[in-house]
Design a protein around this ligand. Structure first.
Ligand code: SAH
Ligand code: SF4
Ligand code: F3S
Length: 501
């Protein structure tokens, strides 16, 4: 048995499917017309799709297999779990091979190379489809929200069966049903939505940890960024819905949750009864089964003193904050529409470290924004040296059609950007390696996440600050919090040993 199969069985043993209202598809009358209200309408279409799956099984003597490929950020990953939840409920088996009966790419478009990857992979899929003409291919996610993309798919990738976007992902079951019924490509892209549909099935990747959307969309319009155009305006979920979801998750064995939003610090502003992110965290802290709380992403401009105070007093919020810097130059930050200066960012870091001294800070940095001079770049290097980030995601600026920065004429030549990128990466890695050592010899709590990929006598887990730890153990420890002595730091991870209880 492969390790992956073993892990799947391990997961199946635990309850990892969230189905809040426990709807029995067999009890839905599919001879009647579809209900108009959600999510009942989607469960109706799931029941319809299940008939299709049963017919497939009779004809082929096996269950159909689906492959969900996630290509984007944590929010997309959570959406992929929703797609898997529907597929699983209607009777598909899951596979990681793209030589499957149903393949769906949940795409990202934040940088151009993400788009190119999709077109490249689609070429390979067409070969599989020639071999298996019954195969269905679907595309969804952020890239589909871009004007021009769907047109290109319609003309150059006609073997695709279904295309939908980010706003109507909750309609997946309905769209899948249409795709079964039609010989032609089904496309359904919405420009925006104010709708949030709750209570659809979700198939989680891990039984012990889960992402939880607290809001969708983004209103910030950083001038380089395409996300607000493809994810629409900011919409917060009601706190009671979030709390109910988390309570359910803990009943299913989840101990760690990651609250997800493009800018969690502006959570709740558009609710009928406004609630702040700090207040939401306090509510979640009170849920018994929750042992660890993470969140992402925090925009520096909206990080409140209240939030810092809640983090300081919390026993459950992890000692890790991802605080995207983007640039260390006040000039460039202004052009980026980030609404903070270099000094304000540094002050914020001081304030956070003052309240939570052992916190790990990570960041995102873009190199080569239009008009970035060597002096601007040195400002970024200066912030990196002053803050001493535990790690940083570094990106080469990518010109995204439709964003204000893309229209700028002062784009930085590729060779200069590459040189700056290399210098930044070297610095970031040097600092990261030094910072990683600081827990050596200490005893810390580790959440065990999986059997080590290289050595099955070890398991791998994470500290509250997100550092990776390998320690002797077996799969029975997965999902458990254990006290571990961090014996040795090897670059970016620790080797540890469990302390006797
Ligand atoms: N909402 C989050 C991040 C979303 S995208 C935030 O504001 O921090 C993740 C990261 O991708 C961003 O932080 C940014 O560093 C990077 N990014 C976004 N648009 C980009 C572009 N056009 N070129 C290069 N990197 C980009
Ligand atoms: Fe993009 Fe800025 Fe919104 Fe983040 S906050 S998603 S970088 S526009
Ligand atoms: Fe990519 Fe969409 Fe996330 S563009 S980064 S998958 S919100």
């Amino acid at each position: 048995m492969s390790k992956q199969d073993a892990e799947k069985i391990e997961r199946k043993g635990k309850k990892s499917r969230e189905m809040y209202n426990e709807i029995d598809l067999d009890k839905i009358d599919i001879n009647e017309g579809p209900p108009t209200e959600e999510p009942a309408r989607q469960y109706y279409y799931m029941a319809k799709c299940r008939e299709w799956v049963k017919a497939f099984e009779q004809k082929n003597g096996r269950m159909p297999k689906a492959c969900v490929v996630n290509m984007g950020c944590q929010m997309n990953a959570r959406d992929s779990e929703k797609l898997r939840g529907v597929l699983e409920l209607i009777g598909y088996g899951q596979t990681e091979s793209e030589d499957a009966d149903f393949v769906i790419y949940n795409t990202c478009t934040v940088r151009e190379n993400a788009n190119n990857k999709v077109y490249g992979k689609l070429g390979a899929l067409s070969t599989f489809k020639k071999k298996n003409p019954e195969m269905k291919i679907a595309l969804c996610g952020c890239m589909m929200q871009e004007p021009g993309v769907v047109e290109k798919i319609r003309t150059s990738y006609r073997f695709v069966d279904l295309v939908f976007g980010t706003h109507n992902i909750y309609k997946f079951a309905e769209l899948l049903f249409y795709a079964y019924e039609s010989e032609r490509m089904i496309t359904d892209i919405w420009e925006d939505t104010d709708q949030i549909v709750e209570e659809l099935p979700i198939e989680r990747k891990y039984f012990f940890k889960s992402g939880v959307n607290i809001m969708f969309g983004c209103n910030n319009f950083c001038s380089y960024c395409i996300v607000p155009y493809v994810r629409g305006r900011e919409r917060s979920r009601k706190p009671e819905d979030i709390v109910r979801e988390i309570q359910k998750l803990t009943e299913d064995g989840v101990v760690e949750i990651m609250l997800l939003g493009q800018n969690v610090n502006s959570y709740g502003k558009n609710l009928e009864a406004p609630v702040t992110f700090a207040e939401l965290l306090q509510k979640i802290e009170q849920i018994d089964g929750v042992k660890r709380i993470r969140f992402m992403t925090s925009h520096p401009k909206d990080l409140s003193d209240d939030l810092i105070d809640v983090m300081k007093r919390s026993k459950k919020i992890c000692r890790h904050l991802h605080l995207p810097l983007q640039s260390g130059s006040t000039e460039i930050l202004k052009e980026m529409n980030r609404h903070y200066t270099k000094e304000q960012y540094l002050e914020l870091v001081d304030k956070i470290r003052g309240a939570v001294p052992d916190i790990a800070l990570t960041t995102d940095i873009i190199v080569g924004f239009p008009g970035e001079t060597e002096e601007d770049f040195l400002e970024t290097m200066d912030v990196v040296r002053q803050v001493q980030f535990d790690s940083a995601f570094t990106f080469i600026y990518s010109r995204r059609t439709g964003t204000p920065a893309a229209a700028k004429e002062n784009q930085v030549p590729k060779e200069i950007v590459r040189d700056r990128f290399d210098r930044l990466l070297e610095e970031v890695q040097k600092i990261g390696a030094k910072k990683a050592m600081r827990y050596s010899g200490k005893t810390e709590e580790v959440l065990v996440e999986e059997v080590n990929r290289q050595d099955d006598k070890l398991v791998t887990g994470r500290l509250s600050n997100n550092s990776v730890v390998h320690l002797p153990g077996d799969r029975s420890m997965i999902g458990k919090l254990v006290k571990v002595r961090l014996k040795e730091c090897r670059g970016f991870y620790y080797l540890g040993e469990v302390l006797a209880e």
